[in-house]
Write a protein that binds this ligand. Structure first.
Ligand SMILES: [Zn+2]
Length: 316
């Protein structure tokens, strides 16, 4: 075999040699030839380095693929964490809305129960002191209304007017101190029921009736009023708000605040005293005494239409 033929054979064997697919005899033949032939040796080296490069490239490619997969996996876990956080936030928000609703409902219900209880009282005096400050001049006025009640009889004092009446009665006596005038008033329907005085806490009554999702509009906080721990139910917006202050311990309404930021601030303070009203406090017989002898006396009657009578009857 001449040199050139040998070279051809050795070159043909290059691929199987490099991949180690030839028998030991051929392998030995190739290696012997490479020792003496620089040309073939170079050919073999080139192939080797090509294969190395290829495998190197392969490795880099694999590494890239792996990195890509890792990245996806990492992104997926970030997504999972994000989803978890979002879900947690949603659950917390829903739960806190639910809890807030429950809290408001409970406070309103307790205050309402207390009103229902107060309505059953047979002897009380309720003082309602209202201070109004008008904006922007800040001029302030104060009005005190006092309600006396004992065993079915009322005396209400409001400014210069005093009113005597009884539960389930058609008659009322109005005394106008400034006019020195007494009106004996009769109407053809019953206006008053026991406990109606406490309908002055009408906000609580309406919150109780509305309840449910409406309670979301109300905010609750705790605060102190004259050293008493109170729940404060607030309902408001950018222009105005209302607040009802409720004694935490007794559930009784102690204070009402109403403010319209551009018009007025009004505050009403309620003081309830039980079992101190005397028969004299609610008796109109004082009107027969010397003190009232120069008062003008009138009889007035009011015949309400059927519709008005029905309004009172449905309320009763
Ligand atoms: Zn050769």
């Amino acid at each position: 075999m001449n040199k050139s033929d040998e070279c051809d054979i050795v070159k043909d064997l290059a691929a199987p040699y490099v991949e180690n697919l030839i028998n030991s005899k051929s392998k030995k033949f190739v290696e012997e030839h490479l020792k003496n032939c620089d040309n073939c040796k170079k050919y073999y080296n080139d192939i080797n380095s090509n294969i190395l490069n290829e495998s190197h490239n392969e490795k880099i490619k694999e590494k890239h693929e792996l990195d890509f997969l890792k990245k996806i996996r990492k992104n997926m876990s970030i997504l999972k964490i994000l989803l978890f956080v979002i879900l947690t936030i949603i659950v917390v928000v829903i739960l806190s809305i639910f809890i807030k609703c429950q809290t408001v409902t409970k406070i309103v219900n307790d205050a309402y129960e207390q009103i229902e209880y107060l309505k059953t009282l047979d002897n009380y005096k309720l003082v309602e002191k209202t201070i109004t400050t008008n904006y922007p001049d800040n001029d302030t006025s104060e009005i005190i209304a006092t309600y006396y009640y004992k065993d079915g009889k009322y005396k209400n004092e409001y400014g210069n007017t005093t009113c005597y009446y009884e539960d389930n009665s058609y008659n009322k006596i109005y005394v106008y101190l400034d006019l020195k005038q007494i009106d004996y008033h009769t109407q053809n329907f019953i206006e008053n029921n026991k406990g109606e005085t406490f309908e002055t806490f009408y906000e609580i009554i309406s919150y109780k009736q509305l309840s449910g999702l409406f309670n979301l509009l109300l905010s609750i906080r705790t605060d102190k009023f004259n050293g008493i721990d109170c729940y404060v139910i607030r309902n408001g917006n950018n222009n105005s708000y209302r607040e009802i202050w409720i004694d935490k311990e007794t559930n009784t309404v102690l204070r009402r605040i109403e403010e319209n930021y551009s018009k007025y601030y009004r505050e009403t303070i309620y003081t309830l005293v039980e079992n101190q009203v005397t028969d004299e406090d609610v008796s109109s017989s004082i009107l027969d005494t010397e003190q009232y002898k120069d008062y003008t006396r009138n009889n007035t009657t009011y015949n309400a239409t059927k519709e008005i009578k029905n309004t009172y009857n449905t309320e009763n």
